[in-house]
Design a protein around this ligand. Structure first.
Ligand code: SAM
Length: 263
């Protein structure tokens, strides 16, 4: 039974970190005139309305993208997609990762997205209908195993689980190792929460030991609500593209201003 719905969290500070790094990676990859594949295991609905009661209820976007959009220069790909989307869908629209990818990729690139929740999948299918993307109603890792190595071989996989199943922290390193063996040139990016109960720590220790050249980027931010267990977010990127380190450093400096304001 899936209960997680990303609309409650869309545009929060974790999304800002993940989406800014994703936009940076895709923008770098599309500089080369060679087609690529974009795979995503946990796609969500792609198009979010931040004026939706669910988003308003948590107020996470107000502490997130509403507050920090100005961090990004007008020519930053994340900001460009956000503004482009708002021109057609209104000032409270927010792009999930599949829409970021669709807007930054080119007609010859391939996009495969998995979403297991039937309603989220229907919304995803509708949001992605103007783009050449295939939306699979399936388990994300099953889709990824079936499609790797993909054609074109160049490209990336985003893994953005909701961590509803507690064993995810144990199983993900093995699944990533298997995907990396099947697609050794592919960029594999995993998003994870930084939790006060440290549930993410053994997973990161295992990943770091197995992939010592990966880029690990973590930011801290004030919890969404007092006592909330998530106090930051991370991205673990195998085969990080050139330029990602600089993007990550810029984000680190910007997020540091949030925790400085707190103390
Ligand atoms: N990646 C999206 C973004 O950044 O815009 C957000 C995705 S949200 C964190 C996680 C999504 O994974 C939810 O929509 C949930 O329904 C879906 N999901 C949960 N378990 C899944 C599974 N085993 N396979 C595919 N999707 C799953």
């Amino acid at each position: 039974m899936l209960s997680y719905q990303h609309i409650y969290h869309a545009g929060n500070l974790a999304d800002v970190q993940k989406h800014a790094l994703l936009a940076g990676m895709l923008s770098y990859l599309t500089r080369k005139d060679k087609p690529l594949t974009y795979l995503e295991t946990h796609a969500g609905r792609a198009l979010y309305d931040l004026s939706d009661a669910a988003a308003e209820k948590t107020g996470e976007a107000r502490q997130g993208i509403d507050k920090v959009a100005k961090w990004f220069a007008p020519d930053h790909p994340y900001r460009q997609v956000l503004e482009d989307l708002r021109e057609t869908h209104g000032p409270r629209a927010y792009p999930g990762s599949p829409l970021l990818a669709a807007k930054l990729l080119r007609p010859d690139d391939r996009i495969h997205l998995a979403e297991l929740h039937p309603q989220e999948h229907s919304a995803l299918d509708l949001a992605m209908s103007p783009y050449p993307a295939k939306c699979h109603l399936s388990d994300g890792f099953e889709m990824a195993f079936a499609l790797t190595p993909p054609t074109p071989r160049r490209g990336m996989l985003l893994i953005d689980p909701s961590y509803e199943i507690k064993t995810d922290y144990e199983t993900i390193p093995r699944q990533i190792a298997k995907l990396n063996r099947a697609w050794n040139v592919g960029i594999i990016a995993l998003w994870y929460p930084i939790l006060t109960n440290r549930a993410h720590v053994p997973m990161l220790d295992t990943l770091t030991a197995s992939h010592p050249d990966a880029l690990r980027h973590e930011v801290r931010f004030p919890p969404a609500r007092p006592g909330h267990g998530m106090v930051g977010s991370g991205m673990f990127v195998i085969n990080p593209p050139y330029g990602l380190e600089t993007e990550a450093q810029n984000l680190t400096a910007r997020f540091a201003t949030l925790t400085q304001q707190e103390s």
